[in-house]
Design a protein around this ligand. Structure first.
Ligand code: DAH
Length: 339
């Protein structure tokens, strides 16, 4: 029995020493210490040992078991450490490699131009309000003095959700929404996206942006409109800028005008930029039509107002001298970074 135990011990220790993987080590543990392991079967044959020998043999079996357990644990620690070291070697990071450049975005020319316009009007005491892009026909047309068969609907053809709901073709419906709230006086601008069923080219897009302006108060005159827009033009294009009001027609203002600014490139003498005229058109405006005031619940005998509408893309194209509107929608970072 003693010899058999010694043999088991020697053989097991040799195998443990020679093992080079954790799963092999586990197999050795099962082969010797498992339920059907060699050492376990020695214990089972204790009944064949003479009673006076049993304590000694029992003690020997325990000593061998403890020794094997200790060695197995030691080896397990060694193998695990080695595996970890190899992994560290494999996954080494070269900190001297150049870092990947992180790509920071850039404000869109529309955004820069809008911030500038907002800064100017907020500076004059205006509030910035928003309106829905999906709008009722009633707000986009009807209550702006553009009834069903009005020819002005032709050039503002848009996308219809159904007979009464459409994608707004202008920001002017926000005028109606603001006035019908009944909080007077009004001094607001409203920037936002508008839609028209236009083909894409260098100056057109089915979706673009406008900034609406509206002032309603007692004793507002055309002089207020002129002064305000002249100040706006000077702040936007430089203090030397002159403005020219040309009579025009919009259904929701009376009288109406289009505003030109003196060309900030040539100062008004005429160049390629202003097509030789010395002037550049920038917006439409007028005194709010009394009928529009009435349709929005405001007494035109007591209150008057002026309104204007600016194309945001137009401002951005002019200010940054971009000659094709399509560039504004491609979002090529190489283009955007120039502004
Ligand atoms: N909504 C007009 C358009 O899209 C622009 C406009 C003109 C707005 C005159 C106004 C205005 O508020 O008074 O053509």
């Amino acid at each position: 029995m003693k010899e058999q135990l010694e043999k088991i011990r020697e053989e097991a220790l040799k195998q443990i020493e020679a093992s080079d993987a954790l799963d092999k080590l586990n197999e050795i543990r099962i082969a010797y210490l498992g339920k059907k392991g060699e050492l376990t079967s020695v214990l089972k044959s204790m009944k064949d040992v003479a009673p006076e020998e049993r304590p000694r043999v029992g003690q020997m079996v325990n000593e061998v078991r403890e020794l094997l357990e200790t060695r197995l644990d030691e080896m397990k620690g060694k193998l695990a450490k080695r595996a970890r070291e190899e992994q560290m070697k494999r996954e080494v990071i070269d900190v001297t490699l150049p870092a990947k450049k992180s790509n920071v975005g850039h404000s869109h020319p529309n955004t820069i131009a809008l911030k500038e316009v907002e800064r100017i009007f907020v500076g004059m005491g205006y509030e910035v309000v928003e309106g829905p892009e999906v709008e009722y026909d009633e707000y986009n047309f009807e209550r702006l003095n553009i009834p069903k068969n009005h020819p002005a609907r032709d050039e503002q053809d848009t996308f219809y959700i159904n007979d009464n709901i459409l994608l707004r073709s202008q920001t002017s419906p926000v005028q109606v929404r603001t006035m019908e709230k009944g909080k007077l006086p009004v001094r607001m601008i409203s920037p936002g996206r508008v839609f028209r069923s236009d083909e894409v080219d260098a100056t057109h897009s089915p979706s673009f942006h406008q900034i609406e302006g509206l002032v309603v108060d007692k004793n507002i005159t055309f002089a207020d409109l002129k002064g305000t827009l002249a100040e706006f033009a000077r702040q936007l294009f430089g203090p030397e800028t002159k403005v020219k009001f040309r009579p025009h027609h919009f259904p929701f203002t009376e009288p109406s005008a289009e505003v030109d600014v003196s060309c900030f490139k040539c100062g008004g003498t005429g160049c390629r930029f202003c097509k030789g005229s010395g002037w550049i058109e920038i917006l439409g405006c007028g005194m709010v039509h009394p009928h529009v005031l009435e349709m929005c619940g405001i007494d035109p005998e007591e209150y008057t107002g002026f309104a204007f509408g600016v194309g945001l893309e137009r401002i951005a194209l002019l200010k940054y001298e971009i000659d094709d509107m399509r560039l504004l929608y491609e979002n090529d970072i190489r283009f955007l970074k120039q502004f």
